[in-house]
Design a protein around this ligand. Structure first.
Ligand SMILES: NC(=O)C1=CN([C@@H]2O[C@H](COP(=O)(O)OP(=O)(O)OC[C@H]3O[C@@H](n4cnc5c(N)ncnc54)[C@H](OP(=O)(O)O)[C@@H]3O)[C@@H](O)[C@H]2O)C=CC1
Ligand SMILES: N[C@@H](CC(=O)OP(=O)(O)O)C(=O)O
Length: 400
């Protein structure tokens, strides 16, 4: 069965397994589908997470006018969920996607919206636009929207390294957007960093402030969600196919994904690193404003639905002890400590799926060094949430 038809069937509800088992795999009951009935999906997913199903209402005449470009995608759907979860204020909401989705209905906070085709005219009168329709769409429509007075918070890599474009993780460098105000008539582009970079820097920055990080060696274990809704559907489909003894469908990735892992699918650059790895190197330098910090990364795609994991080795200029690191991380914003050596209990992707915080554990002195200037960590963060939609909405909150 093709991935596209799996997505379609799940959206029609025909393949939805009991929500608890889907949640155990890191799946919402249907929010990952490109489904128009988002509110229903959101309410189901709230039940999955054991939270109360409260419809919050951010609609207020005092809020900014908001547009979401790429609303039908994995990140776009999470934008809606995060806006609701955080009661983000908005005076109007415009939902944009490709021609394929134009005319479809999307329910949000008790109101029905019609998805519109994204065009150059879409951003007239919009204060904040959350973009997640891919880099080429950001390049095509982002600058025009910014010239027209919209502040674009862009999830793609299109403008991250551009001069004058702040690259922001609110827990790390909120100051980079000081003075930016939604609705002021002054537009611009703010870039959301790469998800692996965000998930690394949320826990590593408090340690950097304590001991100044000189070098990071990071290995990632990246989920299907980083490659979009279709990749998540392919992982689900392949898992069923392999268990049924059928050959796996490989439409999104070129090799078997279920029960396997492989080097990240981003293109390999001239130096042998892939683009995902080089993003972690360059973006860390820009976010920290430290061109000298050394980062080497190995990025791997693993058959996990929606949360990335990272093994991180850090070298400091000044000593940072295990105890100091634990104390700092237990209080750090956006961080949850899971570090129980006696129970051998440390962060897992499922601990952070659908959650805001990045989990950190396995905090230990690097025994390959004779001093206190090296630490090892293991971190997990929800790629769609903190790695993309939540971080972008937190940036938007800085503009209110
Ligand atoms: N910060 C980060 O690390 C992350 C960033 N991203 C960025 O977000 C983008 C989207 O990711 P994700 O949601 O996972 O991808 P999906 O494939 O799940 O969704 C893609 C979205 O883009 C829309 N789209 C595609 N083509 C067009 C077009 N021509 N005009 C308007 N809309 C279009 C789709 O609309 P339709 O349904 O109508 O086709 C859909 O809403 C990525 O390409 C990446 O740039 C993603 C993950 C993490
Ligand atoms: N980092 C995502 C891919 C992605 O969307 O990255 P970026 O936003 O840097 O293009 C992944 O897990 O594969």
């Amino acid at each position: 069965m093709a991935v596209g038809s799996l997505v379609a069937q799940r959206c029609a509800g025909t393949l939805c397994a009991p929500s608890q088992s889907l949640h155990s795999a890191g799946l919402r009951s249907s929010a990952e589908c490109v489904a128009p009935a988002l509110r229903l999906a959101a309410l189901r997913s709230e039940r999955c997470r054991g939270r109360k199903s409260v419809v919050s209402m951010g609609l207020t005449k005092d809020g900014p006018s908001v547009a979401i470009a790429g609303v039908t995608g994995a990140v776009g759907q999470e934008f809606l969920q995060v806006l609701t979860d955080r009661n983000f204020p908005y005076s109007s909401l415009k939902l944009l996607a490709s021609k394929r989705s134009a005319g479809k209905e999307q329910e949000f906070e008790g109101k029905k919206y019609i998805i519109e085709e994204l065009t150059e005219e879409s951003f007239k009168g919009i204060d904040i636009a959350l973009f997640s329709a891919g880099g080429s769409i950001s390049k095509k429509y982002g600058p025009g929207a910014a010239d027209g007075g919209t502040i674009v918070v862009d999830n793609s890599s299109a403008f991250r390294m551009a001069e004058g474009v702040p690259l922001v993780v609110p827990e790390v460098n909120a100051d980079a957007v000081k003075g930016w105000k939604a609705g002021s008539g002054k537009g611009g582009i703010i870039a959301n960093p790469n998800c692996s970079t965000i998930i690394m820097l949320v826990p590593v920055t408090p340690l950097h402030k304590a001991g100044k990080v000189k070098r990071i060696v990071v290995s990632t274990y990246q989920a299907a969600s980083g490659a979009g809704a279709a990749a998540m559907a392919e992982l689900e489909l392949q898992t069923r196919e392999v268990l049924d003894g059928k050959p796996p469908t490989t439409e999104i990735f070129s090799q078997q994904y279920a029960f396997n892992l492989f080097s990240h699918n981003a293109p390999i650059t001239e130096n042998g690193y892939n683009e995902e790895e080089m993003k972690m190197v360059k973006e860390t330098r820009k976010i920290w404003g430290d061109k000298d910090v050394q980062v080497t990364a190995t990025c791997i795609r693993v058959p996990i639905m929606r949360a990335h994991a990272e093994s991180i080795n850090i070298e400091f200029e000044s000593p940072v002890s295990e105890e100091q690191a634990k104390e700092l991380l237990s209080k750090a914003p956006g961080v949850m400590l899971i570090d129980d050596r006696s129970a051998n209990r440390f962060p897992t992707p499922l601990d952070v799926s659908f959650k805001d915080d990045v989990a950190v554990g396995r905090i230990r002195r690097d025994i390959s060094r004779s001093d206190d200037r090296g630490l090892d960590l293991f971190v997990c963060g929800d790629q769609i949430r903190k790695g993309a939609a939540l971080n972008a909405v937190q940036i938007a909150e800085l503009l209110l």
